[in-house]
Each structure stands twice: as C-alpha cells, then as structure tokens.
Design a protein around this ligand. Structure first.
Ligand code: R5P
Length: 291
C-alpha cells in the first residue's frame, strides 16, 4: 500500500502514513494562471494499492478536480487499485431531488469518481449514511463521533446535555451519548430552501444551569448551531459548546458562533481549521489496516 496525501489533506495523509509505518508519496500541484489544476505523483505506485487522501471542503470543485487528476495519474501509472479517502465528501447534502428540475449532486460526483478510476472510497460521517449504497463502487462511511465524544469525556464533560440541532443528527447525538453517558435531546429544524434561513421549533429541555454540547455533522454558515444555542440559553443553559465532524466554517461563521456565546467549537481534521482539534488519522489508519 502507498499513501498519497493530496494537497487538501497533506497533514492528515502524512499522519496516516506515519501510523501505518509508511513513507508517503509526495504530490506536487499547482494552479495555472487560468485557474486549471495540475498534479504530479512524485513516486511510483505500479502494482500497489494507491490510497489518495483528499478532503473536498471549499473550494470543493477545485479539490474534486485535483482528486480526479490524482486518481487518473495513479491508474495511468499502473496502480493495482485506487482507494480514495475523502473525509469530507462534498455535494453529499444534495442527495435527493428536493425541488423539481434539480440534480442529485452526490450521485453525479460518485459517477465522476468511478469514471476516472476510483475502485473504492472511504469517507467520514457522510450527510446521509444510506447514500453510499448507491455509489458505483464499494464505499465505507466511518463515524468520527466516538472520537469527538471521547475528547469531551477526557475534559470531564460528564454531566452535559447533548443536543442534536435537527432530526438528521439524532443518530450522531445518540452515539455521543453512548460514550459520554449523558442525557440527550433533539430539535426540529426548518431551513427555507430559497433563502437558506434556519429556524428551530421551541422545545423544553432540562438544561437550566447546565453545560450543553450541540453535536452535528457539519458546521457551514453556523446558522444551525446559532439557532440551537439561542434556544439553549433561553432555557437557562450555563454554557453551550458545539462539536462537529466537518468544520467548514464558511464566511463569518466563527464570528456568528462567538456572538451567540458558543464557548468553543471542536471539529476534526476532516477539514483543516483552527478548531480541528480531533484527528481522524487513527480511525482512518485502522480502517486501511483492515482493507
Ligand atoms: C444539515 O442538515 C447539516 O446536518 C448541518 O446541520 C448543516 O449543514 C449546517 O449548516 P449551517 O452551519 O449553514 O447551518
């Protein structure tokens, strides 16, 4: 097996290689003046399982193209098998036709990756776990929630209230609760499909004078966490924290979260960011060992 850390996940790829006791294959990349991407593998993959580690957080389209080029390069240079490790798989939230005339974006992306030569894929907390069953190649969806929950456990958050900010995150919060042995609940969220504005249905939770942690798969604009945090504070929570697998934190998300008095955001290095305090490397290295 050879590990190829793509430009979007260089550190994570190198950590995985180290845990596996392998020397990573460096990849050089550049962007031409007109915006097109270029990649070159700086080592041989002939006859090997080439594991390409490349997240596809913003700028998603560029990172997807880089991934496609790395897959093509590996296949063209006679890799036996290409495994794409894509911790954050872009376009996964558009997994059905919500409004007439739309594409199913994630299915289009999977077909593109298959066409270019991906033999199998590993991702982490894809937005809807059943999506991977529709991919044209074998795909594994891992969960980083136990790692995030363990982070809070180590810090002594044993009496926190755990909240899923929408129904889609109920499974996530239950997984976290199993590690932290904490009480949990969920909200009903509504997002306007045209404006993107988020609102949550008011519910009662036993959070007065307690610490609460909101768990979600993604924090993008921060709107979902802010709406949930506002409600928790209204209900008397002492402190609100947020945990997510994929801290996209676009635009002014961090500022919005600070202004909503979210004490700290903890994310993983699925998306490198200042809040990416939990590494996926051990989980991914273990999964690759078992291939
Ligand atoms: C959507 O349902 C996801 O699970 C997240 O809740 C959502 O992507 C977060 O987006 P934002 O931070 O923009 O509210």
């Amino acid at each position: 097996m050879r590990i190829l850390p793509g430009p979007a996940s260089k550190e994570l790829g190198e950590k995985i290689a180290k845990l596996l006791g392998l020397e990573p294959i460096p990849i050089s990349f550049k962007v031409f003046p007109d915006g097109e991407s270029y990649v070159r593998l700086e080592g041989a993959v002939e006859g090997e399982t080439a594991v390409i580690v490349q997240t596809t957080s913003p700028p998603q389209d560029q990172r997807l193209i880089q991934l496609a080029l790395m897959v093509d390069a590996a296949k063209r240079h006679n890799a036996k098998t290409v495994v794409a490790v894509v911790p954050y798989l872009a376009y996964a939230r558009q997994d059905k036709v919500f409004l007439k005339g739309e594409a199913i974006s994630i299915e289009a992306i999977a077909k593109m990756l298959w066409a270019v030569g991906v033999d199998s894929l590993i991702t982490v907390n894809i937005h809807e776990k059943n999506t991977v069953a529709k991919f044209p190649f074998p795909a594994k969806n891992l969960s980083a929630i136990p790692l995030l929950a363990e982070h809070f456990k180590q810090r002594g958050f044993s009496d926190a209230f755990l909240l899923a900010p929408d129904k889609g995150a109920v499974g996530i919060v239950q997984e976290a609760a199993a590690v932290l042995s904490c009480e949990c609940g969920y909200l009903e969220k509504h997002r306007d499909r045209y404006t993107g504005l988020v609102s949550v249905e008011k519910r009662e939770f036993n959070v007065r004078n307690r610490t609460a942690i909101i768990f979600d798969d993604i924090i993008s604009t921060g709107g979902t966490i802010v709406a949930a945090a506002n409600l928790l504070y209204e209900l008397g929570a002492a402190e609100v924290y947020a945990a997510c697998v994929h801290p996209l934190l676009v635009g002014e998300a961090e500022k919005r979260l600070r202004e909503a008095d979210v004490k700290e955001v903890i994310g993983t290095d699925s998306v490198p960011s200042p809040v990416s305090k939990v590494s996926l490397a051990p989980l991914l290295a273990q999964t690759l060992r078992e291939l």
